[in-house]
Design a protein around this ligand. Structure first.
Ligand SMILES: C[S@@+](CC[C@H](N)C(=O)[O-])C[C@H]1O[C@@H](n2cnc3c(N)ncnc32)[C@H](O)[C@@H]1O
Length: 203
C-alpha cells in the first residue's frame, strides 16, 4: 500500500476511535476529549462554578461541564444552532449569534462567571487565511465577553486557528490574565491548525 494512503488510514482510525468512544459514552461530539484533556492538565473548572460555553452545540462540553460543576453549579451555553440533546437541570442554553447578541439580558442577568469557554469555529471555506481571520474575529468577541462577564480571578479557555493574528491575540489575552498557556490536546486532529489558549486568573 502507498505510504500516503496508509498515513491517511491511521488518522481516520484515530478519528473513528474517538467518535466511537464519544458515542458509547453518550456525548454528541468527540470534542469532549479536548476539554477533558484541558481540564485534567489545567484544572480550570471547579465544583459549584458558573460556566459560560460559547459555541456550545452539539453539546458535548455542556454535558461534561455540567458534571464538573455539580448540582450547585450552573452552565450557560450560546450557539447559532439549536441543540438536539436532553440537557441536565443545571444547564441553560440560548440560540444566538455571539457577534450580534440580541439577547444581552441573558448574560446581564447571569454575570459573575468563574469560567468562560469558547470552542467556537467559523464555517470553513477551505481558504486557510479566510478561516483564520474568521476564527480571530470570534476569539476577539469571546475575549470581549470574558472581559465583561468573567469574575475577577476567573479563567478563559479559547480555541483559535493559528494564523497571522495569533500572536496579537495571545498578547491581548496575556494583558488581561495573570497566567496564559498554549495547549494542543492530543485529541485534536493532527493536521488541524486549531490550538487552545488557557488563561487563568483574570486581573
Ligand atoms: C466545534 S463546534 C463546538 C463543539 C462543542 N464544544 C461541543 O463539544 O459540542 C463550534 C460551534 O461554534 C458555533 N459558532 C460559530 N460561530 C458562532 C457565532 N458567531 N455565534 C455563536 N456560535 C457560533 C457553531 O455553530 C458550532 O456549533
Amino acid at each position: 500500500m502507498a505510504a500516503g494512503k496508509k498515513k491517511k488510514q491511521n488518522k481516520n482510525q484515530w478519528a473513528d476511535h474517538l467518535t466511537r468512544r464519544a458515542k458509547a459514552e453518550n456525548y454528541p461530539a468527540r470534542s469532549i476529549y479536548k476539554l477533558e484533556e484541558i481540564q485534567n492538565k489545567f484544572k480550570v473548572i471547579k465544583n459549584k462554578n458558573r460556566v459560560l460555553d460559547l459555541g456550545c452545540a452539539p453539546g458535548s462540553w455542556l454535558l461534561y461541564v455540567s458534571r464538573q460543576v455539580g448540582d450547585c453549579g450552573r452552565v450557560f451555553g450560546i450557539d447559532l444552532k439549536a441543540l438536539d440533546i436532553e440537557l441536565p437541570g443545571n444547564v441553560f442554553v440560548i440560540k444566538d449569534n455571539i457577534l450580534n447578541l440580541n439577547n444581552d439580558s441573558f448574560l446581564d442577568e447571569n454575570t459573575g462567571f468563574n469560567v468562560v469557554l469558547s470552542d467556537m469555529a467559523p464555517g470553513t471555506t477551505g481558504r486557510k487565511d479566510v478561516d483564520a481571520l474568521r476564527s480571530f474575529e470570534l476569539c476577539n468577541m469571546a475575549l470581549k465577553v470574558a472581559d465583561r462577564f468573567l469574575a475577577q480571578n476567573g479563567h478563559f479557555v479559547c480555541k483559535i486557528f493559528q494564523g497571522n493574528d495569533f500572536n496579537a491575540f495571545q498578547k491581548n489575552v496575556k494583558s488581561k490574565f495573570k497566567e496564559c498557556k498554549i495547549f494542543k490536546p492530543d485529541s485534536c486532529r493532527k493536521q488541524s491548525k486549531e490550538i487552545y489558549i488557557i488563561a487563568k486568573y483574570k486581573r
